[in-house]
Design a protein around this ligand. Structure first.
Ligand code: IVH
Length: 688
């Protein structure tokens, strides 16, 4: 690496890195590839190692944190952090608008902004440098979390442009939905690997991005905070001297100093415009990468803000409109019971798919027998599901008026759904257990999975599907069987398994499979004959496209698309019939019997051929054509369903055997932990 010898070149490099950071984190328009950025950063680190006396405190190498603070110092806010009055109704907004007009007349505008669902932060800057970042606390004083806030790359530590010498800026720190899912999944894996009981895991995970962001900001070690990839939008500037006339101008100015300001704000001349903004984001919010819980409406002109003033708690020139937690009504299809590695049983409600807050909900957690009893759930009940920021929706209530007169009450199971053993419930505990730890399949497989996991024996190449395959084909049942696999190496090569994967684009109801329109679209794309619709991205675009056909023939061709089941789901048997025609097979076939059996097959083609042969309603000629169709489009059909195919190739088998061999060198603590003893985590195992 060529390192510059003079300080100016180092400073220039720091500035260049800061500019790239700004482009990436604030403008969301990367000006350099990740790789190139990392190279520059490494160069910068190397120079700083050679010349520690040159290091700029806000150098991009320094912002990843590392300071360990014991307790957060309490700091008084220069400007108290007030909350906002809020409402859920348009009528109350009208009243707010009336009050404002009565006080200041009609010559003003509003600014509508999104109400970001995160944590409020107040940051002080002196001469362009971040001095202090304080949480809201009780509004008068809060925690000094400067070290942690410095790890948030979208909050500048050094400003540029024409900023005031001294000011405070307020904003919201949040976590993107995708980051939340990723980090929560990692946390779940870690907890499982540490041997935390499955029924305790849900309690230890974060419920929503807001929670996670808040937990992160309060961490003692800012190095850990840096790993949480927090983000922030800034939305209010406090200065001693006036720097502009309106709030909207202040947002533009803040942006020019290097702050990340959301693009989703709008100056509104009337209440009607405000209501239109609210309505627009009621649907658009589901497409945002972060969560919002409403809209904040602020009088734009500072002079009017001053005239309106404050009550004891809230400004009279602003209000927030909150979106209601969304709920949807749907029908219970069944209750299934999952069995974990430790035998813990979790009941789950399988629901008729319904759209809720931008996603399709097909399941809701029922937690345990007490919850089931509390809800008084009956067969095929109509239930309200709600997603209050949590990832897994829950059933909040039941519409008993829609209940069938003869519907039976759902009874919690007495026996394990997998092995039939009578369930146990320890006194004082909410969870039921299957005690059959030596023969119950999900427990056995769960333990094998735990045994090979990273913190245990750390054996590569043995994913969930492969362990199931080895178990089902009777190659592995006990831990010791892994160490005999090399003796049957030849037999392992070529082993095949089809298995079901979780897939929100599909659901099953009364032996039928339904798939989502997006998959239908995909099907058309693979059918290639309908090239014209390749570019269509959404259901409404597809509908528009179909409605444009004037020819009855073409209309008919797409007719089944319009006969939608549950809004966006299509029966897969209809799709197979359509596909058959599209691929030029002159058949009118009822696929229902095939579909009923398709999911229990292990080798699709072999079994489908048998099923076709068995079907009396098909003629010999039809059978040949059908077999040909399945043979040719096997892969496409697999892609349509949630079936995945694993074939153990020679290389994979070699990898597995090598991984197993290497695991013999693990340390004793790892080995004890791998045995999966209840309540014994990695730390305890190492101590033993
Ligand atoms: S302005 C005096 N703007 O909502 C004005 N607040 O319920 C202060 N919030 O504590 C707040 N997005 O944490 C404002 N665009 C936005 C906001 C916003 C979220 C939060 C903020 C505040 C709370 C009030």
């Amino acid at each position: 690496m060529n390192l510059p010898e003079d300080k100016n070149a180092y400073n220039a490099l720091v500035n260049e890195l800061k500019a790239h950071n700004y482009a990436y984190y604030v403008l969301s328009q990367p000006s350099i590839s990740d790789y190139d950025f990392d190279q520059l950063l490494k160069k910068c680190e190397a120079i700083e190692k050679l010349h520690p006396e040159w290091v700029q405190p806000d150098s991009p190498t320094q912002v990843v944190g590392g300071e360990v603070t014991k307790n957060f110092e309490q700091v008084k806010h220069t400007y108290p952090m007030m909350s906002l009055g809020n409402t859920y109704s348009a009528d109350e907004l009208r009243e707010f608008d009336q009050r404002v007009r009565k006080a200041i007349g009609d010559d003003f505008t509003y600014v509508c902004e999104l109400k970001f669902d995160g944590l409020a932060i107040s940051i002080s800057y002196e001469n362009g440098k971040m001095i202090r970042a304080v949480t809201r606390g009780d509004g008068v004083q809060g925690d000094d979390v400067t070290a942690n806030v410095k790890t948030i790359r979208s909050i500048p530590q050094q400003l540029h442009g024409n900023y005031p010498a001294s000011f405070d800026i307020r904003g919201e720190i949040f976590m993107h939905k995708k980051t939340f899912e990723r980090l929560n999944n990692t946390l779940k894996k870690e907890l499982l690997e540490q041997g935390v009981d499955e029924d305790k895991i849900a309690e230890r995970l974060y419920k929503n991005p807001r929670n996670f962001a808040s937990g992160s900001l309060k961490m003692q070690d800012s190095k850990e905070v840096a790993k949480r990839s927090l983000d922030a939008f800034l939305y209010f500037v406090y200065t001693k001297e006036n720097i502009c006339e309106t709030h909207a101008e202040s947002l533009k100015l803040a942006e020019s100093w290097g702050f990340k300001v959301s693009d989703h704000y709008q100056e509104c001349a009337s209440l009607e415009d405000v209501l239109a903004f609210i309505q627009k984001y009621d649907t658009e919010r589901h497409h945002l990468s972060y969560e919002i819980d409403g809209v904040v409406i602020k009088v734009n002109q500072y002079k009017h803000q001053e005239d309106l003033g404050f009550t004891a708690k809230i400004p009279k020139w602003a209000i927030s409109y909150k979106y209601k937690a969304e709920s949807a009504l749907t029908q219970l299809l069944s209750v299934s019971y999952q069995v974990g590695r430790t035998g813990a049983i979790t009941p789950v409600a399988n629901l008729k798919p319904v759209q809720l807050a931008g996603t399709t909900v097909k399941r809701a957690s029922l937690y345990n027998a007490d919850e089931l009893a509390r809800l008084d759930l009956h067969d095929m009940d109509w239930v309200y599901v709600e997603k209050g920021g949590e990832i897994i929706p829950k059933i909040t209530s039941i519409n008993t008026e829609k209940r069938d007169l003869f519907a039976k009450k759902i009874q919690y199971i007495q026996a394990c759904p997998e092995c039939g053993t009578e369930l146990l419930r320890k006194e004082g505990e909410a969870i039921h257990y299957c005690p059959n730890d030596s023969h119950c399949k999900p427990q056995l497989i769960g333990r094998l999975e735990h045994f090979v996991s990273r913190k245990a024996m750390n054996i590569d190449g043995l994913g969930v599907g492969i362990i199931e395959l080895l178990f089902e084909r009777k190659f592995v049942r006990y831990f010791s069987d892994f160490y005999k696999l090399h003796l049957v190496r030849e037999k392992l090569i070529g082993l095949t398994k089809l298995f079901e994967v979780e897939n929100e684009y599909e659901y099953k109801y009364e032996n039928e499979i339904y798939i989502h329109y997006q998959r239908v679209l995909y099907l058309f794309k693979i059918a290639k004959k309908v090239d014209e619709i390749k570019h269509l991205k959404s259901e409404s675009e597809l509908n528009d496209y179909i409605s444009k056909f004037e020819e009855p023939k073409k209309q008919r061709e797409f007719n089944f698309i319009k006969e939608k089941i549950d809004g966006t789901f299509f029966k897969i048997s209809d799709i197979l019939s359509f596909m058959l025609k599209k691929f030029g097979y002159p058949l009118e076939i009822n696929f229902n019997h095939l579909i009923k059996n398709i999911l229990c097959v292990n080798d699709l083609i072999e079994k489908v051929n048998v099923l076709i042969d068995e079907e009396k309603s098909y003629s010999e000629n039809e059978k040949i054509l059908l077999k040909n169709f399945f043979d040719k489009h096997n892969t496409d059909i697999l892609k349509l369903t949630n079936l995945k195919k694993i074939v153990l190739q020679e290389k994979a088998v070699n990898n597995i055997i090598e991984g197993i061999n290497n695991s013999k060198n693990c340390n004793l603590g790892q080995f004890i932990y791998a045995l999966g003893i209840k309540n014994l985590g990695l730390v305890g195992a190492n101590l033993i």
